[in-house]
Design a protein around this ligand. Structure first.
Ligand code: GDP
Length: 359
């Protein structure tokens, strides 16, 4: 699909840029425009995409810290400016708009639901969120912010894809050392989903296209992505097991929200050289995902990558409200919230009912 990306806040800007870079390097050309929006000027300066500073009159380019209520309030106040900035980014051919944000901070956490609501009001295109959940050892305020944002963002967007920072962090790495690696991993997975249908070489009837991604995400609520890859034999017939075992690994060991195996709908994408992709393998993987997730709406297809020696399998799960990991996260956030409530005076950033309603 052809997507417009909006990166909100520090994590949002960096991850949006990583996705655009991966898309360009692979030559998919699915990402047609990127805008990074932030209240902190320094976080915009290192980016190589179009940028916009908001809230300059209130925080003078210094950011909102982890105050997501202030982040929401600034997005609300500057919404017209942001919408105008999207004029050249969201185009007639755009299939979907994606808002990328870290849910634990301030600008992205607070701003994303507000922007999603306005985009859905104005555009007749699906609006997806890509939300990054804080690591377990980040502070209580991050957990609390993420829990608040998670629920409102999922409600305001057509679907909210979640990624846990802890899911791909190598042990021993500090969070900042790990970001670059995590961002690349997010980009690799997410780009394959967004670019589905954009690679025209070797197109056959089993190629996944934008409408299949959109229909899968129609389940709404929250979504997660699994990914795994393996060396493939040169003959398609020898790759049936390669595809099924790679799909198993994608779902069971490498989900962006680990341990999530039930979903309302799902999409299995096998990416690789059309000569090596086994249709039987993709069909078996699809059936296996159906039995594993308990969903009757599992789609499947190919992403042709001519001359690629590996086969990668992406499993997109949509409507994952039952995830035990999300439940555990909400529990952790509730405890964190109780802790922070007693420590801080509630700020009075919410001055209008519209925002009150968003959180
Ligand atoms: P904002 O700028 O106020 O929106 O706040 P941030 O984007 O810094 O959000 C903080 C959350 O995002 C924390 O949970 C961080 O761990 C996470 N984060 C910050 N930068 C990155 C990044 O480059 N990559 C990833 N994956 N997470 C990040």
């Amino acid at each position: 699909m052809k997507a417009a990306l909006i990166g909100l806040g520090q994590a949002g800007g960096r991850v949006a840029q990583a996705i655009r870079d991966t898309d360009r390097q692979a030559g998919y050309d699915a990402i047609r425009g990127v805008l990074a929006v932030n209240t902190a000027r320094p976080d915009l300066q290192g980016l190589d995409v179009e940028t916009m500073l908001i809230g300059g009159d209130r925080v003078s380019g210094h950011g909102v810290g982890a105050d997501n209520e202030l982040g929401a309030s600034i997005m609300q106040a500057d919404i017209n400016e942001v919408m105008s900035g999207l004029d050249g980014i969201v185009r007639p051919e755009t299939d979907a708009i994606v808002i990328v944000a870290g849910l634990g901070g301030g600008t992205g956490s607070g701003g994303a639901p507000v922007l999603a609501k306005e985009l859905r009001r104005v555009y007749d295109k699906p609006v997806y969120g890509l939300g990054i959940l804080p690591g377990r050892d980040e502070g209580a305020i991050y957990q609390k912010n993420a829990a608040q944002s998670l629920q409102t963002f999922a409600r305001e967007a057509d679907s909210l894809l979640l990624l846990e920072n802890d899911a791909w962090r190598a042990s021993g790495d500090s969070m900042s050392e790990a970001f670059e690696t995590i961002n690349e991993r997010i980009a690799r997975r997410f780009t394959l989903v967004l670019a589905a249908g954009e690679v025209l070489e070797g197109v056959g009837e089993s190629v996944v296209d934008a409408s299949e991604v959109i229909n899968t995400l129609r389940a709404g609520g929250m979504a997660a992505i699994g990914y795994a890859s393996a060396e493939a034999a040169s003959e398609a017939g020898e790759n049936v097991n390669v595809i099924t075992s790679t799909a198993r690994r994608a779902l069971l060991t490498d989900m962006s929200v680990p341990d999530t195996t039930s979903a309302e709908s799902a999409l299995v994408i096998a990416a690789g050289d059309p000569e090596r992709l086994s249709r039987k393998g993709v069909e078996r993987a699809r059936k296996w995902v159906e039995s594993e997730t308990g969903s009757m709406a599992v789609r499947g297809g190919d992403f042709p990558l001519p001359d690629e020696e590996e086969i990668a399998v992406v499993v997109l799960l949509a409507g994952i409200a039952d995830s035990p990991r999300l439940e555990a996260f909400m529990e952790r956030a509730k405890e964190a919230s109780e802790k922070t409530e007693t420590e801080t005076d509630r700020k009075t950033a919410f001055q209008n009912e519209e925002l009150e309603d968003l959180f």
